[in-house]
Design a protein around this ligand. Structure first.
Ligand code: FES
Length: 156
């Protein structure tokens, strides 16, 4: 089985939690940071190091939209479409991003810089409309502010 995280990285993550299962989300995040997504092989790897059944890892990866199951752009943009954000303009935000990036939902730009997805509530409804780029939350955002944020991401 492919070794994705170093022994030290695994020890460091496990040391922060009372048991191995509690470290599942952080381990998956660490894998995604390294690989860009979580492959089926990576799910089995996480299950092995945490001594969990692979179906438990599968459930978590499938449930949380922050986990990517296929290779995507360097920056994953999630536009919240739940009620607070919808009422405050998430559709305008989404249409702006589609036009600006020249891609549809579920697609990646040709330079592999951005992938655009929609999401359910990002748990920051008081900052609607909200957008998450990788692990960073932005809100309330305007299309103009997003242009500036995308510029920064392209530089970095
Ligand atoms: S409805 Fe968009 S963050 Fe909750």
């Amino acid at each position: 089985m492919q070794q994705i995280l170093s022994k030290n990285e695994v020890q460091e993550l496990l040391g922060r939690y009372p048991n191995k299962e509690a470290a599942l989300m952080p381990v998956l995040r660490a894998i995604q940071m390294k690989e860009g997504h979580i492959s089926k092989e990576a799910e089995h790897y996480a299950a092995a190091i945490l001594e969990l059944h692979p179906s438990r890892v599968r459930e978590v990866v499938a449930f949380y939209s922050m986990f990517r199951e296929k290779p995507e752009g360097k920056h994953l943009i999630l536009v919240c479409e739940s009620i607070s954000c919808a009422l405050l303009g998430s559709e305008t935000i989404l249409e702006h991003l589609k036009k600006r990036l020249a891609i549809g939902v579920g697609e990646t730009t040709a330079d592999k810089c951005f992938t655009l997805e929609t999401a359910e509530c990002l748990a920051c409804c008081d900052q609607a409309p909200s957008v998450m780029i990788n692990d960073e939350l932005f809100g309330p955002v305007t299309p103009e502010e997003l242009d500036g944020i995308l510029e920064e991401k392209m530089k970095g």
